[in-house]
Design a binder for this molecule. Structure first.
Ligand code: 13P
Ligand code: SF4
Length: 356
């Protein structure tokens, strides 16, 4: 059951306005791309640095990660890879919480990001100043937070989860008889609640990208492509999730394009993921799920404006200048590490959990 206790208000209009106001970096012309890739690769090597990129970042960054011995992944595996890799500098291409998670786990390493302006609407929806008193007011609940949160919010949590492990962790806690306070994504929280039957009090944040996917238009698209499987990230609204053949993390959705026999996929997540999907399943047709309704326009339709702030150029200038280093206060880091490490240990020890 989902609890109905009064929740702090989330200022969705302000967060959407922030997403709309992001100024995207200029597109790198094709003829400059090879030279920039080479320059970035050389700098990474010179500085004993490894690039860890999220699937939503620009294709050039994903290519650089592949060509330079780095890694492209979902947020759980990004944390795991950065933790296990011996490089003394981690360069995290993604949004700020991903860089902070890397720093929480690796205090001895330098963690750089191509930009420090890459927010996440879920992180923005859950400020520590209102979240911490809310947790204090609900002491009977185990606090489970999505990785898309600040280090201060993670520090207050009992558990951190990513989309690839959230349902398993909450199911585990539910079977131990625990009641949950989950933050910040209301749609992911709702999906986990329906899947596990746990008693959950759910914060009301949302992702500006995934909340745009529309069920009515998706139903029409399914009729036009009867051979297609629908792949949906669980940050999407429940009526969109209800139409999915596969609901899962970015890694799980990529895996589905490989494993399902369908020749076509309709994908309800950020279209940056198409780089990997097309690479893994080159003969299959990958289509964007409809968003914002027929005829509508929006800046964050199927592409996260903050992920798009990462570019080859700002990655190079970060490596040259050493700026954009992630810092997390040591007392916050120590407390946040407990809840992040709990997730990593759970992922390692749980037999039913598959890495990809
Ligand atoms: P994943 O953990 O599935 O990669 O998701 C991260 C994210 O921010 C999705 O919007
Ligand atoms: Fe956050 Fe949504 Fe962007 Fe993922 S896609 S980083 S949840 S705003």
């Amino acid at each position: 059951m989902a609890s109905t206790a009064t929740l702090p208000q989330v200022d969705h209009a302000h967060i959407s306005a922030m997403a709309e106001s992001v100024t995207l970096p200029p597109v790198v012309p094709h003829h400059e791309r090879e030279a920039l890739l080479l320059q970035a690769k050389t700098l990474l090597k010179q500085q004993d640095a490894v690039l860890v990129a999220h699937y939503y970042t620009d294709a050039s960054l994903q290519q650089l990660a592949e060509d330079s011995g780095g890694y492209i992944s979902d947020s759980l595996d990004m944390a795991r890879f950065g933790h296990e890799h011996p490089a003394s500098t981690l360069v995290v291409a993604g949004v700020r919480f991903m860089g902070e998670t890397a720093k929480i786990l690796n205090p001895e390493k330098r963690v750089l990001m191509p930009t420090l302006d890459a927010e996440c609407s879920l992180d923005l929806s859950c400020p520590a100043e209102s979240f911490i008193p809310f947790c204090d007011a609900n002491p009977d609940r185990t606090v489970v937070v999505y990785a898309n949160t600040s280090a201060a919010v993670k520090a207050r949590a009992d558990w951190v989860v990513t989309s690839s492990i959230a349902t398993e962790v909450v199911s585990h806690l539910h079977h131990l008889g625990q009641k949950i306070l989950f933050a910040p994504d209301k749609y992911l929280g709702d999906y986990i609640q329906r899947t596990t039957g746990a008693d959950m009090l759910i914060w009301q944040g949302s992702c500006v990208v995934h909340e745009q996917f529309k069920a009515r238009e998706l139903m029409e698209m399914k009729r036009r492509y009867p051979e297609a499987a629908v792949l949906v990230h669980p940050e999407s609204p429940p009526d969109v999730i209800a139409l999915a053949d596969v609901v899962g993390s970015t890694s799980a959705l990529i895996k589905a394009t490989l494993e399902l026999a369908n020749p076509t996929f309709i994908v309800a997540t950020d279209n940056g993921i198409f780089y990997k999907m097309k690479q893994m399943a080159p003969h299959k047709q990958i289509l964007e799920a409809p968003n914002a309704g027929i005829g509508a326009t929006c800046r964050s339709c199927a592409h996260c404006p903050w992920m798009a702030l990462n570019s080859l150029r700002n990655l190079i200038s970060t490596l040259e200048s050493g700026q954009n280093e992630i810092q997390v206060a040591e007392d916050v880091r120590m407390r946040a590490m407990v809840s992040v490490q709990r997730m990593l240990d759970f992922a390692t020890n749980r037999p039913s959990f598959s890495k990809k």
